[in-house]
Write a protein that binds this ligand. Structure first.
Ligand code: ZN
Length: 365
């Protein structure tokens, strides 16, 4: 009852499941005997903004084991700062659960591509949930769906010539070692720098969820062919050899990256079936360019470019393979900075970024 004798009530849609649409109101007065007497009715149409969104599966690719999740008509009273899509297959509980970040498209929808490679290559039913992140950073559920995925059979590894398999395993080959110091200038030997940089790259890759296999983790001599033998016996996807350069002129400086160039005069000894495989060469090219450009961007070093040679480790390794020359020890400036932890850290970060760019391009992961 109001001061002027009218009666009033405020109706909240939140008491009606937040529904939009036609609302009916009927009015009764209650007399002294407790009897209800109808006085009439009114209708009103409400358009309520509530948390909602539509999850649609698109481009379910049975050859690649990938599908897109597209999110349209997304609304939330508390705002939207992001969209995350947890996905898991119904095999072995949620052991393959991944929270995928969806990206906003030009048309206002959100999209993310999911690959069976991120879900243990499981085939069968995948559960897809939709969460938006509101302005306060809270995740709010807006829906769920599922999709039947056919994952291609992925067996073996690039180290066996299965170049469409990605195991997230990287082989790192610190150059030289033991009685072979490599280049040696200003009291600094190449073999110790390559090991120091390798250990930084290894730690960073492992922190990113990669497994790392190495030729050596101490000051040991390993024969060149044995390095490739070890890589070919692993399940690694790529081979990255780490070296420091030297030149006759102390003026020469900069970074260069090599991948394999077949030469008839240097036939392969243990990798005849794969050394000149065009897929291997093309993937080596991609890897070399990804790491080289990342290194140049990060260091500002002189760009000596991507080059091709028939180095033994590049020839005899079955996986896509590159050899990095991270600077000239024969140049006093480069030698000085190569020994600092700050510069080694910059190099390691750049190598990891290049490797990640390679995986994104080649494996859709
Ligand atoms: Zn070397």
């Amino acid at each position: 009852k109001q001061a002027n004798g009218d009666y009033k009530v405020t109706v909240r849609s939140s008491n009606h499941k937040g529904d939009s649409g036609l609302y009916n109101s009927h009015v009764y007065l209650v007399d002294n005997a407790g009897k209800f007497i109808g006085l009439g009715g009114k209708q009103v149409t409400l358009d309520i903004t509530k948390t909602q969104g539509t999850l649609t599966i698109a481009n379910n690719d049975k050859n690649r084991g990938t599908f897109d999740v597209v999110i349209t008509n997304l609304t939330n009273p508390g705002g939207i700062t992001g969209v995350v899509i947890p996905v898991w297959s119904d095999q072995n509980g949620q052991d393959d659960l991944v929270w995928h970040n969806a990206t906003k498209q030009e048309d206002g929808s959100y999209k993310v591509t999911v690959s069976a490679s991120q879900h243990k290559w499981n085939s069968g039913k995948y559960i897809v949930h939709g969460y938006l992140t509101d302005a306060s950073g809270k995740n709010v559920s807006f829906g769920a769906t599922s999709v039947d995925v056919v994952a291609p059979k992925k067996i073996g590894s690039a180290s066996r010539g299965n170049y469409d398999v990605f195991n997230k395993i990287v082989y790192l080959d610190a150059g030289h070692g033991g009685y072979d110091p490599g280049a040696s200038y200003f009291g600094i030997s190449e073999k110790s720098l390559t090991l120091a940089i390798q250990s930084r790259v290894k730690a960073k890759l492992e922190a990113e969820g990669y497994q790392v296999v190495t030729t050596r983790t101490s000051d040991a001599f390993v024969d060149l062919t044995d390095r490739s033998r070890a890589a070919n016996a692993s399940e690694s996807d790529i081979f990255v050899s780490i070296h420091i350069n030297a030149a006759g002129s102390s003026d020469v400086q900069g970074i260069e990256t090599y991948y394999y160039q077949p030469y008839a005069e240097y036939p392969s000894r243990i990798n005849a079936a794969y050394h000149a495989n065009p897929t291997r060469l093309s993937m080596s090219d991609t890897l070399a360019n990804a790491i080289q450009s990342s290194l140049i961007n990060a260091t500002g070093a002189q760009n000596q470019g991507v080059k091709r040679r028939t180095f033994a480790v590049l020839r005899e390794t079955t996986a896509p393979a590159v050899l990095l020359e991270l600077g000239f020890l024969s140049n006093s400036q480069e030698a000085a900075r190569l020994t600092t932890s700050v510069y080694q850290e910059t190099l390691a970060n750049a190598i990891v970024a290049g490797i990640k760019a390679y995986y994104e391009k080649e494996s859709n992961v």
